[in-house]
Design a protein around this ligand. Structure first.
Ligand SMILES: NC(=O)c1ccc[n+]([C@@H]2O[C@H](COP(=O)([O-])OP(=O)(O)OC[C@H]3O[C@@H](n4cnc5c(N)ncnc54)[C@H](O)[C@@H]3O)[C@@H](O)[C@H]2O)c1
Length: 250
């Protein structure tokens, strides 16, 4: 919505279905339709695409359908992600694979599905990858397969970001990652996660921020994304930007 308010048309991609191993609800088709309506209310166009970022062919087809209607791409926000705070099994391979597939492989898929379009357009671009404070530090690690997967994938996003920043600088494409601490979104404001945090106060205190706030708001991350997408950040590339209320300060 914030990018639309700045004048962007939007290809809005979500899988709009839950994942069996992930213990809280993901977005729905109604959420995607609402996003389209909110973009249109800001005077821009939006193409909704139901695709899973783990499925490169589906993602490429969805991006192409957006390009067919809106033209080539300038800005990419690779933001789809899942977590499973509170699933304690150290050997839960299903959750490990689903988190790495979405949070790491899905980001790579998003890059390769979109970069050819930015290059074809020939005006450069900005790619923003959503990592996490867990992409910079391991605080909160509890030995579970879920937290190993989340930290590994989010650290891996930094590798994708740095490699892509090198690869596409010649095309004037900037690539950066954002690293939020806990954000007040359905990912953590759900019954399963709230119960897990209540039952494990030590884990919650380990993940506490320096500044006296339990979470940041989605808008705080949005502001960073909009800035990184804008010409005001025209020479910022390869940066890992914490939006973390001091969570990662050593
Ligand atoms: N909320 C937090 O505390 C927090 C903190 C740091 C980083 N992040 C990251 O921010 C990003 C956005 O998360 P959020 O907090 O808005 O959570 P959210 O659950 O509200 O949104 C995540 C979205 O990704 C979609 N999604 C999940 N798996 C998908 C897949 N395989 N293919 C396509 N779409 C998929 C979901 O349907 C949902 O709409 C994620 O990458 C997350 O890891 C969140």
């Amino acid at each position: 919505m914030a990018l639309a308010a700045e004048g962007a048309d939007i290809i809005a991609i979500d899988r709009c279905a839950d994942i069996d191993s992930i213990p809280y609800p993901l977005a729905t088709k109604a959420d995607l339709d609402k996003t389209v309506a909110l973009v249109e209310a800001r005077g821009r166009r939006a193409v909704p695409v139901i695709a899973d970022v783990r499925d490169l062919d589906a993602l490429r087809a969805g991006v192409q359908s957006g390009i067919d209607q809106l033209g080539d791409v300038d800005i990419v926000v690779a933001n789809a992600g899942v977590v499973a705070i509170g699933l304690k099994d150290p050997l839960d391979e299903a959750v490990y694979r689903d988190i790495v597939d979405t949070n790491l492989n899905g980001v790579w898929h998003t890059i390769v599905a979109t970069v050819p379009s930015i290059i074809r357009k020939g005006r450069g671009g900005s790619i923003i990858l959503t990592s996490s404070a867990q992409g910079l530090v391991g605080r909160g690690g509890d030995g579970s397969a879920a937290m190993f997967a989340y930290a590994a994938a989010k650290h891996g996003v930094v590798g994708l970001m740095r490699s892509a920043a090198n690869a596409y600088a010649q095309n004037n494409i900037r690539v950066n990652s954002v690293h939020p601490t806990g954000v007040a979104t359905p990912m953590i404001l759900n019954e399963f996660t709230a119960t897990s945090m209540r039952d494990n106060p030590r884990g919650s205190s380990l993940s506490a921020n320096l500044l006296p706030v339990p979470f940041v708001e989605a808008e705080d991350v949005t502001n960073a994304v909009v800035w990184l997408a804008s010409a005001k950040a025209r020479y910022i590339t390869g940066a890992t930007l914490p939006i973390d209320a001091g969570h990662t300060v050593m």
